[in-house]
Design a binder for this molecule. Sequence first.
Ligand SMILES: NC(=O)c1ccc[n+]([C@@H]2O[C@H](COP(=O)([O-])OP(=O)(O)OC[C@H]3O[C@@H](n4cnc5c(N)ncnc54)[C@H](O)[C@@H]3O)[C@@H](O)[C@H]2O)c1
Length: 399
Amino acid sequence: MSDGGGFTSMAGAKAEGDAPEIGVGMLGYAFMGKAHSNGLKKLPYMMYPPAAIPKLVAVAGRNEEAVKEAAKRYGYSGYYTDWRQMLENDEIQVFDNGGPNNIHAEPCIVAAEAGKHVFCEKPLGRTAEESKAMLDAVQKAGVKHMVAHNYRFVPAIVQAKKLIESGALGRIFHFRAVYLQEWIIDPNFPKIWRLDKSLAGSGALGDLGSHIVDLARFLVGEPSKIMGMTKTFIEERPLEDGSGTGKIDVDDAFTALMEFENGAMGTLEASRFAQGRKNHEVLEINGENGSIKFNLERMNELEVFWAGEEPNTTQGFHNVMVSEPHHPYWENWWPQGHIIGWEHTFVHEFDHFFRCIVNDEEVAPWGADFVDGYKTAVVCDAISESAESGKIVDIKYDL
Ligand SMILES: NC(=O)c1ccc[n+]([C@@H]2O[C@H](COP(=O)([O-])OP(=O)(O)OC[C@H]3O[C@@H](n4cnc5c(N)ncnc54)[C@H](O)[C@@H]3O)[C@@H](O)[C@H]2O)c1
C-alpha cells in the first residue's frame, strides 16, 4: 500500500545551524573521479540537511593540463601533479582515493599519517597483505576509513539487508551472485592497468569479485571456506603505447563455491567475457521463508517470494519498486516510481562517511570500512590460492 507517494517528503526539512565544511582532496579524475565529484556535489542539497558540506579543495593527477582541466570541470579550487604535495594541504580533511589499485596503499597510508580521514576505492589493496598495512595505518592514526563499496548504498540492497536482519527470510540457505561484463572480449583491446597484475593485483576477481564478496559478507555473514577457479581467455594483448604485445597475468573470469559460518552455501562468478552483459550484477538469496533477487541493471526493484503466501493461485516472485517514502534513502529523492540511478549510490556513501566523521560514529556495519576491505581481500586471495592449488581454502583473518 502506498503511503502518500513521497510528495510530502520532499520539503520542510530544516537544517539546525550550519553544517561544517569538510575539505576534500581527490586522487584521480577519470571514471571514479567523475562519479565521486558528482556525488560530493549533490550531497549538500539532496541529503538535506547535510551533516557536512564537502568542499572540493584539490584534485591530483600526473598530467598538468589534464588535471587542471579536471579541477575546472568538477569545481575543485586547486590541483596538484604530485599527490604528496596535495596531502600537505591543511585545508584537506578527507583524502578520496579514486586512483588505480597500485596507488591505493601508499597515498592512503600517507594521508592517514597526516591525520586525514581516508575514503578509498575498491579493492582496498592489491592483496590482503597490502590491505592489512592500510588498515593498520588508519587504525594507528585514529582517522575514519571507508572503502567505496557503493552497492551497499543501493536502496534495494539496504532493504534486502533489513529484511534478512529482521528474520523475515528465516534461516538462509543460499547466496548466489554473478557480476558479468563484456568489455574486453576483443583480443585487440589493449593491456590497460586493469589487465596488469603489478598494477591491478588481479582481474575480474579484484574488480568485480570484490563487490560480490563484500555483498555476500554484508548480507549473509562471514565465509568460512572457499574453492575457486580462475581463467585467462586471452593471454597476450597489444600494449597501450603500441610498442608490441604483453602477457596477461590476471584472470579474465572466476567462479567460486563457498560456505558461510552460519551454514549457508554460496556461489560467486564474475567475468568480463560475458557477451551481452553490460553491468550485470545479480544476487539471489534463498531462505526458509522466502527468497530475494536483485539485479543492478534494474536497481530500483527487488524481487521477493514469500512461502505460504495466500491466495496460492497468485503466489510467486513479486516485483517490488523500492521507491516509497518508507524505503531506504527515498525521502531524499523523488515521488514514488521516479527512479534513481547508479550515480546516486555515491551520494549515499559519501553522506554516510561525512555523518560518521561529524558525529564520530563507526562506518561499519552499514558502510564498508578498511576492516571490511581487508576481509574481502582475504577472501579474494583465498579464491586465487584455491584456483592454483585445486584445494578448498579456510578463511582466516589476521586481526
Ligand atoms: N565502486 C565502483 O563501482 C568502481 C567502478 C569503477 C572503478 N572502481 C575503482 O576505482 C579505482 C579507479 O578506477 P577508474 O575506473 O576510475 O580508473 P581510471 O583508469 O578511469 O582512472 C584512474 C585515474 O587515476 C589517475 N592515475 C593513474 N595513475 C596515477 C598515478 N601514478 N598518480 C596519480 N594519478 C594516477 C589517472 O590519470 C586517472 O585519472 C580502481 O581502484 C577501481 O577498481 C570502482
